[in-house]
Design a binder for this molecule. Structure first.
Ligand code: C5P
Length: 232
């Protein structure tokens, strides 16, 4: 798969989600479904969006013992999404079990991506509460290496870290990057942001864009602007 823009569909229910997706008549964007929408609507929301022809990143960030994650992934594999994720903090045993569970009988599976360190966790909190003494950037690269060595396809990271992750884990190891804003846009609660064009330059494979598209006066135009800056 080449570079693409993934729209974070952070809506509270199916009605709002479909009202948004109905605006897209000539294109079928890759969309991200997160915990809020999935827990509100259940697996049917995935089936319905898939039936409309969208690719889906199911952002549920699984993190539990290997047996539980493996079995949960087996259930989720039936939804036939394109991308799904786990926390790298679950360690290599859990990540390998996730791959096993996710892989269907015909050998096909969704791309499996690891969350490294959440961007809401800063170095001080990581040190004081998770007792990781290393610099945050080193911890992120270590999680990325573990994910790669466990057979995963990539990591979620800041676009600012995408180049380093590629240097460390290779060009084909995917970087999926939220924290994207237009140069003339509102940052909202995101702190370290890049524009779609900068994310492309640094080497992100997928940008995850929420509010700059979902809250735009013209969401389709905002999406097309992301495509023009990041993909074309
Ligand atoms: O609206 P916005 O563009 O900030 O949305 C970004 C999306 O990416 C949200 O769904 C958010 O939960 C997700 N995300 C993030 N930072 C991370 C991991 C996920 O912003 N480190």
């Amino acid at each position: 798969m080449g570079r693409d823009v993934i729209i974070a569909c952070d809506f509270v229910n199916a009605a709002q989600t479909f009202e948004f997706l109905d605006k897209f008549t000539d294109v079928k964007p890759f969309v991200k479904i997160g915990m809020e929408l999935f827990y509100a609507e259940g697996p049917s929301i995935v089936r319905e969006i898939k039936a409309r022809g969208h690719k889906i990143f199911l952002d549920l960030k699984l993190h539990d013992i290997p047996n539980t994650v493996g079995k949960a992934m087996k259930v989720l594999s039936a939804l036939d999404v394109d991308m799904i994720n786990v926390h790298a903090a679950g360690t290599s045993g859990m990540m390998k079990a996730a791959i096993d569970g996710l892989t269907r009988e015909d050998g096909r599976r969704a791309l499996l991506i690891a969350v490294t360190q959440l961007t809401s966790t800063d170095e001080e909190t990581m040190k004081n509460e998770i007792l990781i003494e290393k610099p945050l950037a080193d911890a992120v690269m270590s999680y990325a290496s573990n994910a790669k060595n466990s057979g995963l396809d990539g990591v979620v990271c800041s676009p600012l870290e995408a180049g380093k992750v590629h240097e460390h884990c290779g060009a084909v190891f995917l970087t999926v990057t939220p924290g994207v804003r237009f140069a003339d846009g509102d940052k909202g609660d995101q702190k370290r942001v890049t524009t779609p064009a900068q994310a492309k330059e640094i080497g992100s494979d997928y940008i995850v864009v929420g509010r700059p598209i979902t809250q735009a006066a013209d969401p389709v135009a905002a999406y097309k602007r992301c495509i023009a800056e990041f993909v074309d």
